[in-house]
Structures are given as structure tokens and as C-alpha cells.
Write a new protein. Structure first.
Length: 150
């Protein structure tokens, strides 16, 4: 399991921004959200990094349901139910979404943290090569398993 930019607890005070956004998104027209998101991405990243994402579009209508499934239900304790090895992959400069990373690692015997230097929340956009390399290193260190037989 790779948790990229997703090691913040959704319980307690950290959940407040999620609740606010989840409540606002359905009230804002999708075309306006798209314009804001496109402008934000273009301001921060080069076209070769964001153009495919912008062309693909956004599924804003899914955010309230998705966040509703995790708000108040996800924190480091959830890691105790994961049996697979875990890579917690965050941007070094993403204090909000990294806020629980140490608790997540303590809660899982096979979890480790890797930070992308100088990257923010969208570490895969800030440094796509470093992000890909981190995921590749993690995958390559996983124990080999034989074919599944039934």
C-alpha cells in the first residue's frame, strides 16, 4: 500500500478543513471549481506536468461521498487492519497531510516513511521522477511471491 499525501488523521481538529470543503464543494458549480483548479495547477506547475490532468478533468461530485467515507473514521489506528507493507510517501513541505505520518508508522509493523525533498502536497507533480523512483524502490523491496494457485 502506498499512501501518498494521505497520512493525516480525519478525526479531531484535523478533520475540520475536510468537513468545510466537503460541505462547500456541492454548492459551487463544477465549471467554477474546474476553472479554480486549472488556474491553481497552471500557476504552480509546468504544462508537461499538469496538462494531462487538466485534460482528463475532475470528479468533484465524488468528493463529498469519498470524504464522508473517511471523515471521523480514519487515523493511525486504521493501519492496524492493513496486512500489506506500507509506504507513506509525502512531500517534505506538506505539513497538513503529513501530520500523522509518525503515528501511522508506529501503528504498522511494516510501514516506512519517505519524503520527497522540497515537494508539497502534490509531490508527484512537484518532482515526478523522485516520486516514481520512491514507489519503484518500495515495490522492488517487496518480498517475491509465487503465482497464485487455486
Amino acid at each position: 500500500l502506498v499512501l501518498a499525501g494521505a497520512s493525516a488523521a480525519t478525526r479531531g481538529p484535523w478533520a475540520m478543513p475536510y468537513r468545510l470543503v466537503a460541505g462547500l464543494v456541492p454548492r459551487i458549480p463544477a465549471d467554477r471549481l474546474t476553472r479554480w483548479n486549472d488556474r491553481f495547477l497552471r500557476r504552480l506547475y509546468s504544462p508537461e506536468v499538469v496538462d494531462a490532468t487538466i485534460r482528463a478533468g475532475y470528479a468533484f461530485h465524488t468528493l463529498p461521498a469519498a470524504w464522508g467515507d473517511v471523515l471521523g473514521r480514519f487515523d493511525a489506528d486504521a493501519m492496524r487492519h492493513v496486512s500489506a507493507p506500507v509506504l507513506i510517501l509525502n512531500g517534505e513541505k506538506d505539513p497538513v497531510f503529513r501530520s500523522g505520518e509518525r503515528a501511522f508508522v508506529r501503528a504498522h509493523p511494516h510501514a516506512r516513511i519517505e519524503l520527497i525533498p522540497r515537494a508539497r502536497h502534490l509531490a508527484n507533480f512537484d518532482d515526478p521522477d523522485a516520486f516514481t523512483d520512491a514507489v519503484r524502490r518500495f515495490a522492488l523491496q517487496l518480498p517475491a511471491r509465487g503465482p497464485v494457485t487455486r
